[in-house]
Design a protein around this ligand. Structure first.
Ligand SMILES: Cc1cc2nc3c(=O)[nH]c(=O)nc-3n(C[C@H](O)[C@H](O)[C@H](O)COP(=O)(O)OP(=O)(O)OC[C@H]3O[C@@H](n4cnc5c(N)ncnc54)[C@H](O)[C@@H]3O)c2cc1C
Length: 564
């Protein structure tokens, strides 16, 4: 189904990747491609807070304090598995480093700032825990090995099986250092899909040997917007691609076909969110429609230093359009499995900006590591899970500073998150979701004080630290882990579904063989597949996927590590 034009629904990484491959491999001109999207970054955002306040999701949640920075997520990459992402970044110039591609920029930064986490887990009374001791028993090892050994063609055995169900006779698993690190590095919950955990076990098998130091983790020089999205946007604009923002695609027009199963888009309904006008954009026979059918940052809301983020109950706009397609065709999956189960997908994050390095230096002293190297997770000292077990309270990422190009030398930006926002703080006695930015900072200082080796506990500097905070922006993301929700393989449409003549699905809610989700990698690959399909390029030319799970040396190392 070779096409000569493309309409992109959603302007995130996946569709921008599709556009780059159409131009560079399909030899299309930029003016053959048009983007419609609610914003021009998707989940990969980041910038000065005041730049975000007018965006669609924040319209009903105006911020009193618009200072400081915000990014809804931190980012960890992994060159060894993120082969399609690195291929993409190698095709576009860096925005901040003259003469380098975006990939060279990231590799250069990374070579000079290697990740070596020295305080992956911390716990009150113990301080830094030796995460090198995974704490697995034989039952854990057997169940994990079964996941590693389960071949791709048997993964449907894990259709609709949660991680909790998979380990139902082995609650010990959820009290191991291995689990605490795995759940917070990748954001799995016990309610998440065991099928996806199997995929991670396969694609990230080599992480087993280094998970406590995050040695395989690579990071971009600045936040993901400036180091990845801006280079893409600049490149695509330079090629003549059209970006139409502040638009929600709300509905479809499909052609009729004799068996009612041929998927041919003939029009899309587009709403302009600035003036609420609607238009029908016709889609002709020569046009491909490439749709990112789910975004984990849809329906997010922001708060500020003195205001909690108020939950936004709007159903995700991407899933709403996906749902409309499933109402017409039977082979396009089950959006509600992912988007109607917020309690299993929500998290709350925060971006804290200070006017000096006091907090940064205190964290460096307590964790014994330089900024930029870590993901620090604070383990509870009392049971907090439904199973009556201990678990991680909160995690922080102290970026290499500066994390934003406009950040002043005296400023610090730190990101953190609560995987279970309905749990109650230990120091501020309310649910994390209900906390203001100030209260989240107080909770963080409290957690740090519990693991502080002294002699002068951080608690004594609380007033001074709070005084140094320019802003702390809580962000509630109802769908942050939606992609991990329990599922069957048929719950997501394939990138090119059967009987589709011009519609492709991209991003984290499209099914593609082997790829693990919640990664920039799988998002890019889905775009690459869609582009090759519509440009008539053989799939043999896709970037080759490394299979560490089939490498005997890697498997042996992982097996040995399970016994540590
Ligand atoms: C908190 C957080 C932490 C993360 N950490 C990591 C990490 O450490 N490592 C990693 O690799 N990845 C991480 N990710 C995941 C990564 O950001 C995603 O994999 C990637 O952004 C997905 O890109 P995408 O283009 O598929 O979707 P998105 O980035 O979500 O972009 C899709 C865009 O299309 C829009 N859209 C869809 N439908 C419509 C419509 N009908 N009308 C208008 N607009 C529409 C959406 O609203 C959205 O803006 C993280 C994500 C979050 C939120």
């Amino acid at each position: 189904m070779v096409k000569t034009k493309a309409v992109m629904i959603g302007a995130g990484l996946a569709n921008m990747a599709a556009a780059v491959y159409l131009i560079q491999e399909g030899h299309w001109r930029g003016d053959q491609i048009t983007f419609y999207g609610i914003d021009m970054h998707g989940s990969n955002d980041g910038g000065e807070a005041h730049d975000f306040t007018d965006e669609y999701w924040n319209k009903n949640h105006p911020l009193d304090n618009q200072t400081g920075y915000v990014a809804r997520g931190g980012r960890m990459l992994n060159y060894r598995t993120y082969v399609d992402l690195m291929d993409l970044l190698d095709r576009i110039p860096s925005t901040t480093e003259p003469g380098m591609t975006a990939a060279e920029d990231t590799r250069d930064f990374d070579a000079h700032h290697r990740t070596f986490d020295k305080a992956r887990l911390l716990q009150g009374g113990k301080g830094i825990i030796d995460g090198g001791k995974l704490g697995l028993n034989n039952k854990d090892r057997v169940l994990l090995s079964k996941l590693v050994l389960m071949p791709d063609d048997e993964e449907t055995k894990l259709d609709n099986v949660t991680i909790a169900e998979y380990f139902k006779d082995d609650p010990h698993m959820f009290q191991t250092n291995f689990w605490y690190m795995w759940e917070t590095t990748f954001a799995f919950r016990v309610e998440s899909s065991a099928q996806e955990l199997r995929r991670y076990m396969h694609q990230m098998i080599y992480e087993f040997t280094q998970i406590e130091h995050l040695v395989g983790v690579n990071r971009t020089r600045y936040n993901q917007f400036e180091s990845m999205m801006l280079p893409l946007i600049n490149y695509l604009k330079g090629q003549g691609v059209t970006f139409i923002g502040n638009r929600i695609v709300t509905d479809w027009e499909f052609a009729d076909s004799p068996m009612q199963d041929e998927i041919t888009v003939t029009g899309i309904h587009v709403k302009n969110t600035t003036d609420d006008t609607e238009e029908l954009v016709p889609i002709d026979d020569n046009t491909a429609v490439i749709f990112t059918n789910g975004s984990i940052t849809d329906s997010t809301s922001m708060g500020d230093y003195n205001t909690p983020a108020v939950e936004n109950m709007e159903y995700g706009i991407s899933a709403a359009l996906w749902k409309k397609a499933t109402e017409r065709f039977y082979n396009l999956g089950t959006p509600d499995k992912f988007f109607n189960d917020r309690k299993n997908s929500e998290w709350t994050s925060f971006t804290l900006t200070t006017k000096n390095h006091l907090l940064l230096n205190e964290i460096t002293r307590i964790t014994t590591q330089m900024p930029g190297n870590a993901l620090n997770s604070f383990l509870s000292t009392t049971p907090i899970t439904k199973l009556g077990q201990k678990d991680v309270n909160m995690s922080i990422v102290v970026h290499h500073q500066p994390h934003f190009t406009t950040q002043k030398p005296n400023e610090t930006v730190i990101w953190g998150y609560f995987l279970y926002p309905r749990r109650t703080g230990e120091f501020v006695h309310k649910q994390y979701i209900k906390m203001t930015g100030k209260e989240m900072a107080q909770e963080l200082i409290g957690q740090l004080s519990k693991v502080d080796p002294g002699p002068d506990n951080i608690k004594h500097k609380e007033a001074e630290i709070l005084d140094s905070i320019i802003n702390n922006i809580p962000v509630h993301m109802p769908y942050a882990s939606a992609l991990f929700n329990n599922r069957a393989k048929t719950d997501r449409p394939e990138v090119i579904p059967a009987h589709s003549t011009n519609l492709a699905f991209t991003g984290e809610f499209a099914e593609q063989p082997y790829q693990m989700i919640f990664t920039e990698q799988s998002a890019v690959r889905s775009g690459e597949i869609a582009a090759y399909h519509f440009a008539g390029i053989s799939m043999d030319h896709l970037v080759k996927t490394p299979r560490y799970d089939k490498d005997p040396k890697t498997l042996l190392k992982a097996t040995r590590r399970m016994f540590s």
